[in-house]
Design a binder for this molecule. Structure first.
Ligand SMILES: Cc1cc2nc3c(=O)[nH]c(=O)nc-3n(C[C@H](O)[C@H](O)[C@H](O)COP(=O)(O)OP(=O)(O)OC[C@H]3O[C@@H](n4cnc5c(N)ncnc54)[C@H](O)[C@@H]3O)c2cc1C
Length: 261
């Protein structure tokens, strides 16, 4: 299979489509001919081959693989054309991917601890980064902290628990924000100091998902000493309708999504 070295657009074929939560599907996409060459943490644009649905951004949820496979985690947005269409894709269907895009990547020279914070489908780029760092820098301390509403919204729970058992330098935490019976059920910004540490100076921090979540995590990490230049953010912008619930209104001056987990 040939490879494209820069930004490019190629057809991919759906290898599988699995509901990983009540509102999120994981799609595995295989290149039909050429593959997009990306780095862990980057995103691609997805559309149908006939350009009937609007092109939308989706973070690649896996580290690069030799076969070019790309996984995406798509939250179904009520009334959203592309997320609704992608949830109906079946094995064998073809789609168009364009990319790679984005700078949500680890600096090449970093060796200190990495803190990966994701909510909902915001798990996608931090899962890709976790896979990549474990492979390339096995001794780098990694903490992956995932936020979702209930146990049914957990993604890859057993897989991350397995990594934690197998690797001394990998730590997995999760909070279930709508389940008061869960050991952790507050939002991540409120849990960071007690669960991760009171001094995040020197940590490289990644936070992805709804804007409110990303902004909240970024502020909390800075308050604990992380440098603004060490904090990478990926905001998904659109507010998934199933998660609107009793969320507070969008702050004045922000037109992007509210916190959803
Ligand atoms: C860099 C990047 C990476 C992304 N990665 C992912 C990912 O990995 N997984 C994922 O599921 N999504 C991701 N997204 C979001 C994704 O690109 C789409 O926005 C989302 O799937 C919705 O697309 P849609 O066409 O279904 O709905 P849209 O047409 O975009 O919107 C559907 C509905 O939501 C409403 N809506 C739109 N925008 C807003 C808003 N700002 N506030 C409130 N309501 C709004 C609209 O009124 C409409 O009714 C990412 C976005 C960015 C920018």
């Amino acid at each position: 299979m040939s490879q494209a070295n820069t930004w490019s657009q190629h057809r991919y074929r759906v290898q599988s489509s699995v509901a990983v939560t009540p509102v999120i599907r994981e799609l595995w996409l295989m290149p039909v001919r050429e593959q997009i060459i990306f780095r862990a943490g980057q995103y691609v644009l997805l559309s149908d081959v006939d350009w009937r649905v609007p092109q939308r951004s989706y973070s690649v949820a896996n580290a690069p693989r030799a076969d070019g496979a790309i996984s995406i985690l798509v939250t179904r947005v009520q009334g959203g054309p592309t997320s609704t269409w992608s949830h109906a894709l079946e094995t064998g269907d073809e789609v168009l991917l364009e990319g790679p895009f984005g700078t949500f990547m680890s600096a090449a020279d970093r060796r200190g601890p990495a803190l990966l914070l994701g909510a909902g489908s915001g798990l996608a780029p931090v899962r890709a980064l976790a896979e990549d760092l474990i492979e390339r820098e096995p001794r780098r301390p990694i903490t992956l902290f995932f936020s979702c509403r209930t146990r049914a919204d957990l993604i890859d729970h057993e897989r991350f628990q397995g990594w934690q058992r197998e690797r001394t330098d990998f730590r997995y935490l999760h909070t279930l924000t709508r389940d008061p019976s869960a050991p952790l059920h507050a939002r991540i910004p409120a849990l960071l100091a007690d669960c991760v540490g009171r001094d995040l100076a020197g940590w490289e921090v990644f936070t992805s998902g709804p804007s409110g979540f990303v902004v909240g995590c970024s502020s909390a990490a800075q308050a604990l000493g992380a440098l603004a230049t060490d904090i990478h953010t990926e905001e998904f912008f659109t507010d998934p309708q199933p998660w609107l619930g009793d969320m507070p209104p969008v702050p004045a001056g922000r037109s992007t999504m509210q916190e959803t987990s």
